[in-house]
Design a protein around this ligand. Structure first.
Ligand SMILES: Cc1ncc(COP(=O)(O)O)c(C=O)c1O
Length: 393
């Protein structure tokens, strides 16, 4: 239901407190301190439903509200967020904002599912996709304006998709400059904030219209749910996204959302710890003889470092390495770790490692020997020891 987060008791608190305090039930005698899980597919009602009436479980569920409120407070939005059945369901909903025949500008190294979904829409003739190096601001602006466009005619774009840092290349976009350029030509800006979390980057404050999350990752944080979310301060956009969610049935189960809120309570601690460990590992890996390159925006020599330092609070908990000896050597590292888990995904308490090109859908411009490391909250020295024994083999 539409509760204005601004009036909530967490206004003016720091994000580390908001993750703990947001979305609590009212302070009444004997009231629970945690919101309950509401398992009901329908809600009492008669007569013509009021606009904010729950009515039916595909339109709304009380278990979603506290999570949606907490997320909106963290992202600095004026309206509650919208939780979806997965990150990709949120991506589909956001892409539905592009008019038929429109143009989408998207990072060539976006999450592969987002790229595949957009490419599928393009194949069906719904819209055109212009892929760009999101770190190359001039190139993105040219693509937005339509210079050198595919049809010859200089048609401006309808939507700019931002992922920063990108998955898995960790390129950093100049978010504020790009959102201004997009708005100058009337394009909407959607920012996938999964890698950063709102504790590290707040794209709405940098001008984005909609923020997207794979809640599956850091927000829920325990690799036990698949969920997504969108957040916007624009009532008209929120209405369209909400309507998409209801009509496509892209809704989350109440239990999963309850778990996500439970996970969110420790987000600040998890991010603090995993970012510190990622920075330490990145620095050490720079000097490792079996590592050809390290990608981490926190490294002073990284191409995105200066930009990241300006617009992020910290540099995130994902780093990538390119292993000497090619794809087979990189695959062997993923097979030989004992503590790190060889698995896809990221953002959980446990550290994960994956050679991204093992996935058939991964763009060919991602090096075959690139390993993506999602740093968890284990002790840094245990992670380092395991990684170095695997690299030494
Ligand atoms: C950056 C990013 N966005 C979106 C998604 C899709 O989210 P989900 O897997 O929850 O559908 C992912 C999944 O890996 C992701 O990494």
């Amino acid at each position: 239901m539409m509760q204005a987060p601004k009036s909530s008791s967490t206004a003016n608190l720091s994000p580390e407190t908001v993750v703990v305090a947001a979305g609590r039930p009212p302070r009444e005698p004997d009231a629970p301190v945690n919101p309950p899980i509401v398992l009901s597919s329908t809600f009492h009602g008669a007569g013509v439903p009021a606009p904010d009436e729950r009515v039916y479980g595909r339109f709304s569920n009380p278990t979603w509200d506290p999570f949606e409120t907490a997320l909106s407070e963290l992202e600095g939005a004026a309206l509650p967020g919208l939780v979806f059945s997965s990150g990709l369901a949120a991506v589909a909903s956001a892409l539905s904002l592009i008019p038929t025949g429109g143009i989408l500008v998207m990072p060539r190294h976006s999450y592969q599912g987002s790229l595949l979904l957009a490419a599928g829409e393009a194949d069906n003739g719904r819209f055109t996709v212009r892929t760009v190096d999101i770190a190359d601001t001039e190139q993105v602006i040219a693509a937005l304006q339509g210079s050198g466009a595919e049809s010859g005619a200089a048609r401006p774009a309808d939507m700019l998709w931002i992922e920063s840092p990108t998955n898995p290349m960790l390129e950093v976009a100049e978010i504020e400059v790009l959102t201004h350029a997009a708005h100058d030509i009337g394009a909407l800006v959607v920012a996938d904030n999964t890698f950063s979390t709102p504790l590290v980057t707040r794209p709405l404050e940098l001008g984005a219209d909609v923020v997207l999350h794979s809640v599956t990752k850091y927000l829920a944080g325990h690799s036990d749910v698949v969920l997504g979310a969108l957040v916007t301060s624009d009532g008209e956009l929120r209405g369209r996204l909400h309507s998409y969610r209801s009509l496509h049935g892209a809704i989350a189960g109440p239990f999963e959302v309850w778990l996500a809120l439970r996970g969110l309570r420790t987000l600040a601690l998890r991010v603090e710890r995993s970012q510190a460990t990622a920075a330490l590992l990145a620095q050490r890996l720079l000097d490792h003889p079996a590592v050809e390159a390290v990608r981490y925006p926190g490294l002073p020599g990284d191409a995105g470092h200066e930009r990241a330092a300006k617009q992020m609070e910290g540099f995130g908990s994902i780093l990538c390495i390119e292993v000497a000896g090619g794809a087979a050597a990189a695959e062997a590292v993923a097979e030989n770790v004992r503590l790190w888990l060889p698995a896809t995904s990221l953002g959980g308490v446990e550290s994960l490692i994956e050679r991204r090109r093992r996935q058939p859908g991964e763009p060919a411009s991602v090096p075959g020997n690139l390993l993506r490391l999602s740093v968890g909250i284990e002790h840094a020295e245990d992670l380092w020891a395991d990684l170095t024994q695997a690299l030494a083999r």
